[in-house]
Structure formats: structure tokens, C-alpha cells
Design a protein around this ligand. Structure first.
Ligand SMILES: [Zn+2]
Length: 268
């Protein structure tokens, strides 16, 4: 049995090496994407090289489909794949196992939602979203939002990081802000630190106080995890300053230290 598993693993490794060898994202395209995406420019050359391989495998494993007339260019696909793989740069591509499709709308999209009304009856209403992540199902994105962020649109926010971090959260059941932690991490510490920060943010939102991170994070623990993951990579200085212990938990989880990528960071 063990021998069989070892052989399967060796075969999988060989298969992946072939994909990386034959289908690697061409260097000119990769360089073009790295120039456009600030998140990638901040990585070290060695990290970017590793990310290129991960993004190559991601594009081989997943099916990226434009809908409502959107035709995805290879550059658009690489922009999505590379940003998604930043999350798993030190975790491995198997963190994205169990689903296959990424659906990309040209713009924000409408979905029917069942919401309880004031007296607890369920009503159906239409919501306009720019991203969504389904458990064991697709990741859904709006290209307009991604393009707006590439142009420097929303400080600290990143739709691709947001939706794919929900996928990590969902590895152990529904999204609840509690992804499977590593053996060396302290589960109780994670829960205590994130719950305290979440409750503080909720209180700030209720009292209309200015919060340091987008108040969408106060929606529920799942959205909190997704939004702090965005800030961890996009605005680590802000997250570190706002809540150092949250930053440290994410650093242990993602096994990355993005603050180091801002050499001249001010510790206020
Ligand atoms: Zn979300």
C-alpha cells in the first residue's frame, strides 16, 4: 500500500515536472504581468520564479471561463492565477484541490439571495456582487473589479486574494474564518486573537468610529478572514500597525512575512 502511494506520488511529480517544462508561462508574458501587478513586484526574484511555476500548474489544473461575452486573454488568466497563487506560495497547490472552475464576469453580477426580513420570513432579493466562492464549486470574479484594482483602485483590497482565501477557509467545512491550521500553530490562540479583533471592529462599525480596515470585514468571521488576508498581502504595514497579533497569526498561517517586502516601512 505504502509502496503504491509512493509510486503514485512519484508519477504525480513527474507529470507536474512535464507540465512545468512544456507549458510554463512564457517569460515575456510573465514579465509583463509582474510589471502590471504591484503585489507581484513586491516579491523577491526567487519568490516570483516559484510563483511562475505554481501559476503554470494552476492554469493547467483549473478551467478559467469568461461569461457574458467576456473573452479571457492569456494575460488576464495569468493575472488571476498569479495573484491566487500568492496565497499558497509557501503552502502548496494542493490547498486549491477539490474544485476546478473559475468563472469571470465582465462586470459586477447579480445573484438571487434568500434573506430573512424584519419578522424572520425569508424573502428572495437580488444582490450585486463582484466576487463569490462556492464550497467545492467555482470561484466567481468580476474582471472590472480586478482591472480597477490593477489601476490602483481600492487601497488594501484585492478581489482575487479575497475569493481564493475563502477557498482556503473552506478546506475544513463552510467558511467561518478558521482554515485548517498547521500543526505548530495554537488553535486557541488563533481563535482568541481573531475573535477579539473581529469584535473590536464590529463595535467600531456599530459606533460609527473610523476603522483601519474596510468595514466589510465586520460582516462575519468568514469575511473578516478574507479581508484581513487581503490587507496582510496588500497593506501589511497597516494591518501590522492596526493589529500586530492578527498579523502574526496570518504570518504563521501563510508562512510569509509581507512586511519585510516594504523595506522602508515606518513603525508608527
Ligand atoms: Zn467574501
Amino acid at each position: 500500500m505504502t509502496g503504491h502511494i509512493i509510486m503514485l506520488r512519484a508519477l504525480a511529480r513527474h507529470h507536474r515536472a512535464r507540465i512545468v517544462h512544456h507549458q510554463r508561462i512564457p517569460f515575456t508574458l510573465w514579465r509583463q504581468v509582474c510589471r502590471r501587478v504591484e503585489l507581484l513586484r513586491r516579491l523577491t526574484a526567487a519568490e516570483r520564479a516559484r510563483l511562475r511555476l505554481l501559476a503554470t500548474l494552476f492554469l493547467h489544473d483549473k478551467s478559467l471561463n469568461g461569461v457574458q461575452g467576456l473573452v479571457l486573454s492569456r494575460e488576464m488568466e495569468v493575472i488571476i492565477a498569479a495573484q491566487a497563487c500568492v496565497l499558497i506560495l509557501n503552502l502548496g497547490l494542493d490547498q486549491f484541490d477539490g474544485w476546478r472552475e473559475v468563472v469571470v464576469y465582465p462586470d459586477a453580477f447579480r445573484v438571487p439571495r434568500e434573506v430573512p426580513d424584519d419578522i424572520g420570513l425569508v424573502e428572495e432579493e437580488e444582490q450585486v456582487l463582484d466576487g463569490e466562492s462556492w464550497q467545492r464549486g467555482p470561484v466567481i470574479l468580476s474582471w472590472a473589479s480586478i482591472a480597477q484594482e490593477l489601476a490602483g483602485g481600492r487601497a488594501g483590497r484585492n478581489l482575487v486574494l479575497h475569493e481564493f482565501s475563502h477557498k482556503l477557509d473552506m478546506l475544513n467545512g463552510r467558511a467561518n474564518g478558521f482554515p485548517p491550521l498547521h500543526p505548530e500553530m495554537d488553535l486557541q490562540r488563533w481563535t482568541a486573537v481573531l475573535s477579539r479583533a473581529f469584535e473590536r471592529l464590529q463595535a467600531q462599525v456599530i459606533h460609527h468610529e473610523a476603522a483601519c480596515i474596510d468595514d466589510y470585514a465586520a460582516t462575519d468571521p468568514a469575511e473578516f478572514f478574507a479581508v484581513i488576508s487581503e490587507y496582510f498581502f496588500m497593506e501589511p504595514r497597516l494591518l501590522h500597525h492596526y493589529c500586530e497579533d492578527v498579523y502574526e497569526q496570518l504570518r504563521a498561517y501563510y508562512r510569509q512575512h509581507p512586511l519585510r517586502r516594504w523595506p522602508a516601512h515606518r513603525s508608527q
